[in-house]
Design a protein around this ligand. Structure first.
Ligand code: 6PG
Length: 243
């Protein structure tokens, strides 16, 4: 499903409305809301909205558990950290318990960080499952078609066999060494939302959503929930409505 909005502000408000509904339903049916956050600039207005009334007061923060889809391998107090971005803009303004902030430890080596996050995931589920079934995954889309830290190129064994893997890619001025959840985990979610805004995303968005399947070239095509809802929240500039 795709919804197109005139501005990123309108897109963010629509996502906030739906996110609150999903969170409330998850908590009333399963007792907790397992939410995977994304990095990048696109979710920033959403995080700001959720940090303030009315959304802040509608969210079941005490029953919310925050995970990340990807992280840059930098310490959590540095500017490139996805954790720090979400903490500063959102989490520190809420009642989410500290023990419910399940961050990827970017201060570790890639190998240690993969091992650490894999272990943290198992702690939020019941064996034989090795990762939780997330209620909602937020994802962005790079102008090169990447999502989370799944970048163009061959699909590695780690990507098909692990829950968490290391990655390295240059994208803008962002740190290259990264950690990411793999499609195995992301596609298991109940809801996956892509947030895409800006004319520089136009080609990647069109190619990703096209019938031609080229997942090595357009990595976001690797995301197709097995038994969940995939919803594209897109602004007009990215959708080329007026192009
Ligand atoms: C990251 C992200 C990444 C992001 C895209 C889009 O850590 O860099 O999770 O996948 O979502 O690069 O970024 P923008 O929203 O800034 O365009």
């Amino acid at each position: 499903m795709i919804s197109i909005f005139p501005t990123l502000a309108a897109l963010s408000a629509a996502v906030a409305d739906r996110l609150v509904q999903i969170a409330q339903t998850a908590v009333s049916t399963r007792g907790r809301f397992l939410w995977v956050l994304s990095g990048g600039s696109t979710p920033e207005p959403l995080y700001r909205l959720l940090a303030h009334p009315p959304y802040r007061d509608q969210m079941p923060w005490r029953s919310t558990v925050a995970f990340w889809g990807d992280e840059r391998l930098v310490p959590p107090d540095t500017a490139g950290s996805n954790y720090r971005q979400a903490a500063d803009l959102l989490l520190r303004h809420t009642l989410i318990p500290k023990t419910h902030i399940v961050r990827m430890r970017g201060e570790l080596s890639a190998e240690e960080a993969v091992h650490d996050y894999t272990k943290q995931l198992t702690q939020w589920t019941t064996p034989p499952r090795v990762w939780p079934r997330f209620d909602l995954v937020l994802l962005g889309l790079g102008s090169d078609g990447h999502t989370a830290s799944l970048f163009p190129g061959p699909i590695s064994t780690a990507e098909t066999q692990q829950a968490v893997m290391a990655a390295a890619a240059d994208y803008g001025d962002r740190p290259a060494p990264r950690l990411t959840l793999t499609p195995r985990v992301l596609n298991d979610a109940r809801h996956v939302f892509f947030l895409v805004a800006g004319g520089e995303k136009r080609e990647a968005l069109a190619a990703t959503r096209a019938a031609l399947h080229q997942p090595m070239k357009w990595p976001a095509q690797r995301i197709h929930p097995d038994d969940g809802e995939l919803h594209w929240y897109v602004d007009e500039a990215a959708a080329s409505v007026n192009a």
